[in-house]
Design a protein around this ligand. Structure first.
Ligand code: 3NM
Length: 210
């Protein structure tokens, strides 16, 4: 987990003409080292089918695989972990279900939530939305100042998320992030592999200069 730097989350509405696996494979080949199945629309059986397919892909390519929202699907698909929002199950309950070895990530939108997630035993957090984003339109931007605060106060890995694309990635890294997460900039790109390669390039160059 600690070595993961580029997190790509699925979003099939961004690629209606291309398959989930095709897009996620391209993202992984471009440098995503952790990927998430996020699907708020499919019924659970369909979700499980997709999760199993993504598990097979990520096992083959050696990438971590996380299921959004549903610990039961994460377990049934043998995912590496689950990602929880602020209104999902508490970390302690997910931990009881998943055991000590699977990863639990939590979305956080302000520093008190980050500190609470860390204390509750989360393995990593998402921090955002850094910028306003159509992928989560109801949530106001937490801005780069949250990224700077998280960089100072959070010890577990945090992934900056929300409106991040190759054109602003350097600003997010300069604010203190060392890990990025993206949906639309990758899965909505005509070339998800190249989009990841560019994001990854910024992350790796920043890391080399630290
Ligand atoms: N979670 P895009 S922002 C899924 O702040 C999600 O917790 C967020 O999508 C959070 O890269 C977000 O397309 C959407 O902006 C990220």
């Amino acid at each position: 987990m600690h070595e993961c730097k580029l997190y790509v989350v699925s979003g099939e509405n961004y690629h209606p003409d291309r398959g989930l696996l095709e897009v996620m494979e391209a993202a992984i080949r471009g440098g995503a080292d952790i990927v998430q199945l996020r699907d708020k629309a499919s019924p659970k059986r369909e979700l499980l089918r997709k999760a199993r397919a993504m598990r097979e892909l990520t096992r083959r390519l050696g990438t971590l695989f996380i299921v959004n929202d549903h610990p039961d699907i994460a377990l049934a698909a043998e995912a590496d972990g689950v990602h929880l929002g602020q209104d999902d199950l508490p970390v302690a309950s997910a931990r009881q279900m998943l055991g000590p070895d699977r990863l639990i990530g939590v979305s956080t939108h302000a520093l008190p939530q980050a500190i609470a997630a860390e204390r509750a035993g989360a393995d990593y957090i998402g921090a955002g939305p850094v910028y306003p984003t159509g992928t989560k339109p109801d949530r106001p931007a937490a801005t780069l100042s949250y990224i700077s605060e998280a960089a100072r106060a959070v010890r577990i890995p945090f992934f900056a998320i929300g409106g991040i694309h190759p054109g602003n990635a350097e600003d997010v890294l300069a604010a203190g992030a060392s890990r990025l997460c993206a949906v639309s900039a990758v899965v909505g790109s005509p070339d998800p592999e190249e989009a990841c390669r560019r994001l990854r390039g910024y992350i790796d160059r920043r890391q080399a200069s630290r």
